[in-house]
Design a protein around this ligand. Sequence first.
Ligand code: CAA
Length: 422
Amino acid sequence: MEGLLSEQNREWRARARQVAESVVRPLAAKYDRLQEYPWEIQKAIAQAGLFRVWIPEEYGGAGGDRTLNLCIVVEELSRACGGVGVLFAVNALGSFPIIIGGSEEQKRKWLPKIAAGETLAAFCLSEKGSGSDAVSMRCRARASGDAYVIDGEKKWTTNGSAAQLYTVFAVSDPQSKSRRISGLLVEKGAPGFTFKKTEDKMGIRCVPVVECHFRGVRVPKENVLGGEPGYGFRHAMGTLDYARPGVAAQAVGLAQGALELALVYAGQRKQFGQRIIDFQAVQFMLADMATKVEAARQLVYTAARAADRKLDNLTRLSAMCKVFATDVAMEVTTNAVQLFGGYGFMRDYPIEKYMRDAKITQIYEGTNQVQRVVISRALMKEATLLSDMLEKYVPKEVQYVLAEEGLPAEVAAAYSVPATKE
Ligand code: CAA
C-alpha cells in the first residue's frame, strides 16, 4: 500500500526501517531477556532524527503529517520489536500534553530537547486504585506560595526512571467538579520524587514500567500545564486522543512482523511430504491474518490523518483504531505462534515474543473495554442527531412496540419514543 502514501510518509518509513533492521531486530531478544533499557537503540533512534517526527516544526520538529508519520515510524520499529515501538511512542504520549495544552514558554523549553532525543518524556495518570476510572485519582497538588506541592503515587509509568520529564496529573481543587485536576511538569531529580517498584513484565520488557512516588515535591507554578490549573483532565483525555493511534500502530507493526515470520516459517517447514504453506488450511489462515492487518493499518492511518487535520471525530476514530488494531494484533500473533507449532512455544524462536508484546496493547492507554465505552458514547450522540428518522419513516405503532419491549431511557430519548426501562 506504499503507493497510497506521500513521498514524505515513505521517507519516514524508510528511515525507521533502516534503524529497525540494522539495530533493533538484532538486539530485540537480548533486551527482552535482560529486561533493561536499551540505550544503544535509543541513541540510534535519536541519531536517525526519529524523535522529531511528532513535534511541530517551530519547536525543532519535522512538520508535515506529524501523527501519520509518527504511526508509520512506530509501526516499523514494532515490526522488529514491540518493546522498542513503545519505548519510542511513549515519548509522544509524554509530550502531547505540552503540544496540546502547554504554554508557549513550556513548548519552547521542552519540545526542542524532546525532538533531539536528549530529553525523554513520560505520562503519569494511572494509580493503584485509579486505572480506567482516571478521574478518581488521589494524587494531590496543593498550591503553596509560588509553587504546587505534589503528594501521592502513580502506577505503571512507562519510561519511568529513564525519562527526564514527567507530565503528572493530580487533584489541585478537590471541591471543583469540572476543574479538579491539573497537569504538572516534573523533572527527574526533583526533591521528594522517587521511583519505587520496577515491574517484572510479560512483554515490552526493554521499557521500564515503574511506580513514581511524590512526597512533598515542589514544582513552580509556571510548570502547571498551560499556566492555569484545572484543565488537567481535559488535557489528559485530549492527549490520549492523539496518542492512541500510536498504540494501534504498535499493534499493526507487531501483527505485520508476526505475519512475516509465520510466512517464512510456513514456506520452509515440511510435514507430510510438503511445505505447510501448501496446505489450503494454512493458506487461509495466512490470508485472513494479512487481510486483518491491512484493515487495521488503514483504520490507524485514517485516525492519524484525522488527528493531523484536527477533525471533530478524532476521539471516536482514535478509540476505534486502538480497539480494532490491538485485537487484530492479539489474534494474528497468537495464530502466528500456532503456525510455528511446538517451536513457536519455545523461546529459541522469535515468534512467542510478538504474542507477549501484543497483549499489553489491549490494556494500556485505555483498555479495549474503555475504548468501546468511548465509541458507544459517540454513537449515542449520533443517535440523538438522527432522532427524527424513526418518527419520519417508521409507523407509529412500531415505535410503540419498540418502547413496550423495553428501551433504556437514554436510547428512548434519542429516538423520541417513550422509555420503559429506567
Ligand atoms: N478530549 C477532551 N476532553 C474530554 C475528552 C476528550 N477526548 N473526553 C472527556 N473529556 C472531558 C469532558 O468534556 C469532561 O469535561 P467537563 O467536566 O468539563 O464536562 C471531562 O473530561 C470528564 O469526562 P467524562 O465525564 O467523559 O469522564 P469519565 O469519568 O466518564 O471518563 C473515560 C471517561 C473515557 C472512561 C476516561 O476516564 C478514560 O479514558 N479512561 C481510561 C484512562 C486511560 O486511558 N488510562 C491509561 C493511562 S496511560 C497508560 O496506559 C500508561 C502508559 O504509560 C502507557
